[in-house]
Design a protein around this ligand. Structure first.
Ligand code: NAD
Ligand code: MG
Length: 371
């Protein structure tokens, strides 16, 4: 995989990866205190006129610093501050972005800059994909989840009252700037949720990385900048490599849904927002590991390692008791399924994925063991 996502530079402070997608290729810069660095912003943001999109939680923390750094290097800047939260990832707030852009008479040369977590990244990306049929877009993800997951891969969009992420587009950014120092203000619960996707990347693709996470989980939770930078860069490499092979989710990209079939059932069964997405995925990975063990794909030691690591990341490992029938119903309506048949992403062995159906009895045994 390393040959596809080239490690272009490895300095003390900034690491740069490249997501290889032909003429839609783009760099990811990872390091501490990048978002106020004129050099970094000049290198990765080409446009002259920038519209920063952020929210009411992130703006007081980081907006002034980014605005000032951009103005210092001669850019024109407007800022759009949206309300915070998943419930605001909707058409009304997308419209607020368009309103602000049109009022400021922004033309096709405007660059949209997403400053925030996955909610801001997804909405800003979709705004960039559709404003004047597409304008340049740069991401400054400020949550661990957005740095390791949502900022890579080009999925953008908003929620519809009838379904999450139902309206959107594939649209790649020009660059991603992941500043590990922003994680210092992130609540611990949100950090843990991001770690779920980091663990997922190790579990499905890279057993040595999984082992590295086991050895560094305490440092990661303590926000050690070097450990975080490595976890972010390896995660981005893994996701970028999967996306490079399957940009529009024709097949392989589905492996990134490891733990998500169970996870989505938990999220919608409890009502969205009760558990964070990463918490549901953490527990979902423990369940998928149990199912992999029952199917004879991984040994008992691997199953226990996955459970222990999810727990050590500060994530739940006991599934909510939704009732067996409700559980089955929720998994069958998962939008990722074809022909109403449940396909699971399992491990065979730890560090490699397999996409397969399972006997219903096996699934029931996992549900009973996990609740
Ligand atoms: P989020 O954007 O809601 O951020 C979580 C919370 O942390 C918010 O309250 C936010 O304002 C706050 N926050 C952000 N940065 C902060 C900082 N540095 N310090 C303090 N607080 C900060 O949630 P998220 O977990 O980043 O992203 C979840 C969203 O990402 C969901 O909408 C999901 O659908 C989407 N997502 C998209 C993809 C994709 O491929 N596009 C992949 C995974 C998830
Ligand atoms: Mg996820």
């Amino acid at each position: 995989s390393k040959e596809n996502v080239l490690l272009m530079q490895q300095q003390a402070s900034v690491q740069t990866l490249r997501v290889e997608l032909g003429d839609r290729s783009y760099p990811i810069a990872i390091g501490e205190s990048l978002l106020c660095s004129g050099d970094i912003l000049r290198q990765y943001i080409k446009g002259q006129k920038i519209a920063i999109v952020t929210n009411t939680v992130v703006a007081p923390l980081y907006l002034a610093g980014v605005e000032q750094a951009l103005r210092t290097i001669g850019k024109q800047v407007i800022s759009i501050v949206l309300p915070d939260g998943e419930e605001h990832k909707n058409l009304a707030n997308l419209m607020l972005i368009f309103d602000a852009l049109l009022e400021a008479k922004c033309d096709r040369k405007i660059t949209l800059l997403a400053l925030g977590g996955g909610v801001i990244g997804d909405m800003t990306g979709f705004a960039a994909a559709s404003y004047m049929r597409g304008v340049p877009f740069v991401q400054i993800p400020t949550t661990l989840l957005s740095q390791v997951d949502s900022s890579v891969g080009g999925k953008t969009g908003i929620n519809h009252p009838l379904g999450k992420n139902m309206i959107g587009a594939f649209y790649q950014p020009q660059a991603v700037i992941a500043d590990t120092a922003t994680l210092n203000t992130l609540p611990d619960r949100e950090l843990s949720a991001g770690l779920a996707e980091v663990i997922k990347h190790g579990a499905i693709i890279d057993a040595p990385f999984f082992e590295w996470i086991e050895a560094h989980i305490a440092k990661l939770r303590a926000k050690d900048p070097e450990a975080l930078a490595y976890a972010i860069s390896r995660s981005c490499e893994i996701k970028a490599d999967v996306v490079r092979q399957d940009e529009r989710e024709g097949g392989l990209r589905a492996i990134l849904n490891f733990g998500h079939t169970f996870g989505h059932a938990i999220e919608s069964g409890l009502g969205y927002g009760k558990w964070l997405h990463g918490e549901a995925v953490g527990c979902g990975m423990v369940m998928a590991a149990d199912l992999s063990f029952r199917m004879g794909y991984i040994d008992y030691v691997s199953k226990v390692r996955i459970q222990k690591l999810v727990e050590a990341a500060g994530l739940p490992v006991v599934a909510p008791d939704l009732g067996e029938d409700r559980w089955l119903e929720l998994m069958e309506v998962d939008k990722k399924n074809e022909d109403g048949k449940i396909k699971f992403i399992l491990l065979k062995p730890l560090g490699a994925p397999i996409i397969t159906g399972v006997p219903k009895e096996m699934l029931l045994a996992t549900l009973r063991a996990s609740i």
